[in-house]
Ligand binder design. Sequence first.
Ligand code: COA
Ligand code: ZN
Length: 307
Amino acid sequence: MDRIELVEVGPRDGLQNIKQYVPTETKIRLIRALAAAGFKRMEIGSFVSPKAIPQMRDMDEVVQGLGPLDGVTGMVLVPNSKGARRAASHGIMDLEMVISMTDGHNNSNVGRPTADSIADLDYLLNEVDPERKLTLRIGLATSFHCPFEGLTPERVVLGNIEKMLKIRPGLEFALSDTTGMALPVKVKSLAEQALAQFGSDATFIFHGHDTSGFGVANILAGMEAGLRSFDVSVAGLGGCPYAPGASGNIPSEDVVYLMDRMGIETGIDLEKLLEASDIAAAIPGALEASHVRKMPRETALGLARAA
Ligand code: COA
Ligand code: ZN
């Protein structure tokens, strides 16, 4: 194996957790810098209720100001069909819907149990998108651990995947460690089972947080299981406002640095990524969790290039 896909989620999963409002121009500048670093797929924000996530209240302006991003797929998170319609009004057809694998977190996040979100997915796909124009990724939040219910049984996650694939085959699922409590062995085990049972009908990506410091190890475990796509977040921004105790996502620059040194292609230019990371880290209220940012920059770039 010599290539993996990294999906940048900082502009959504990262910024949503910052209390201070980030100006629209800064959001646009960050997304452009990340595109310049080489990301081909990015979560650029969410069309959610502005009462639920005030940070995303300028999403219409962000999308308008951004314009088309050449060769980059800009995904947006939507919590319901209203969000899907708002995205479609901008011509955005690459959507993500987060459905938690535990009722506790789903109730906290979107105010209803998991089964109701799956029913809404059915409605969204069959009523809002009968012509199958949408590309949808399902963020399987709390796939490993829930802040309200503890450890999540694997069979619950696999059972929900099966239900959703009956609604529409071909979905992408993000096995998500929302609280950052997953162990590498568990990431490997769930990814292996998901790929073995549903690998011919669906694609899978791992979305991790770094609360316990196992984020990068979890990515390596996912690779061992056969996953080839991973979410990362610039400067390690991130967290879920509805998952108490969750910290940032796995820092993009740490993963790119590691892959460069391991000789695994990501398509991302580490130097340009660190420039984007400077923009992210300068945002007031941003959590800075990256290890590579703490290294002398020339040392990090030199070691990465030497590989
Ligand atoms: N975009 C914009 N506004 C929306 C919206 C959307 N996608 N969905 C609902 N709203 C608005 C409604 O129009 C209504 O506005 P009003 O009070 O001015 O009439 C208000 O939000 C409440 O709508 P309701 O349907 O009663 O929703 P709710 O208050 O029960 O909230 C969600 C449910 C799902 C919309 C909300 O919890 C949400 O957006 N959650 C997203 C959470 C998130 O992004 N978490 C992080 C990702 S893991
Ligand atoms: Zn997340």
